[in-house]
Design a protein around this ligand. Structure first.
Ligand SMILES: [Zn+2]
Length: 266
């Protein structure tokens, strides 16, 4: 049928254009040229600069990031043996895996439907079950473990010390986890303050008082002030004229930048 053939031809073109776009995006990502244009990330550029929906932008970004390690995936998308959504799923699950493993898994994904690809990454259903009952003064947790899980728990208990019972172990783990999150938060709020490591604590020109910081942030409407950027994430105070060149912490020498543009400024 004529219309079918026309559509097949268009579909072919569509695939070619997609891989052409991915190639160019790769270039933008590698050179970080989006920063000069006022975007704080490739994702930001895809959404605000090119008008992609957030979901589509996420897919494009996933492809570009994965193609950095495994360039042949662009060709596979071009040929149609890998779909963008399959690559996105793979990216989510493989981002921290070694390149060899990424390559192996991607190979096994070829010519599979999105549903089949998603099934590849399904976690086995956990056998750990918790039944929670809340009372006015306490909470009851009934924990159901598989034998294998119980063995792991016993091993951890043995490694810790004989004094440990399940209760203290659990409380210990909770405290430790909580502590690590709170540390991260403390660290990240510190990093917005100043880069003055090793400088004397008092009269540090990099030190900016809370009040001044709030003033500057408020004046910037809590957004990055790099021309064109609108990011309200990971905002940092920047000395327009750098401290190492004699810039000070006067209000007029301060501006708000997102972490990408602060790094970009250098
Ligand atoms: Zn920015």
């Amino acid at each position: 049928m004529k219309i079918h053939n026309e559509l097949l031809e268009l579909r072919q073109k569509e695939k070619r254009i997609t891989s052409e776009i991915l190639g160019k995006l790769q270039e933008i990502e590698d050179t970080r040229r989006y920063l000069d244009m006022g975007y704080n990330s490739l994702f930001d550029y895809l959404v605000r600069g090119l008008g992609y929906s957030e979901a589509t932008a996420y897919q494009r970004q996933a492809c570009v990031r994965l193609a950095k390690d495994i360039p042949e995936i662009k060709q596979k998308i071009d040929q149609g043996s890998l779909t963008l959504s399959a690559v996105t799923t793979a990216f989510k699950h493989l981002r921290k895996k070694p390149v060899a493993e990424k390559r192996k898994v991607l190979k096994s994904m070829e010519n599979k439907s999105s549903r089949e690809v998603k099934a590849m990454f399904l976690e086995p259903t956990p056998t750990l079950k918790i039944k929670k009952t809340e009372y006015a003064d306490k909470v009851h947790l009934r924990l159901e473990l598989s034998h294998e899980q119980n063995e792991k728990l016993e091993r951890l208990k043995a490694l810790k010390s004989h004094k440990y019972n399940v209760e203290s172990l659990l409380m210990d783990l909770i405290e430790k986890e909580l502590g690590s999150y709170e540390n991260v938060q403390r660290k990240s709020s510190k990093s917005t303050e100043s880069k003055g490591i090793g400088a004397p604590k008092l009269k540090n020109p990099r030190q900016i008082s809370k009040r001044l910081r709030n003033e500057v942030l408020m004046a910037a409407k809590y957004k990055c002030q790099y021309p064109g950027c609108e990011s309200d994430h990971f905002l940092q105070l920047d000395h327009i004229f750098p401290v190492r060149l004699g810039g000070d912490q006067r209000r007029s020498n301060l501006q708000v930048l997102c972490s990408s543009h602060n790094r970009h400024k250098g």
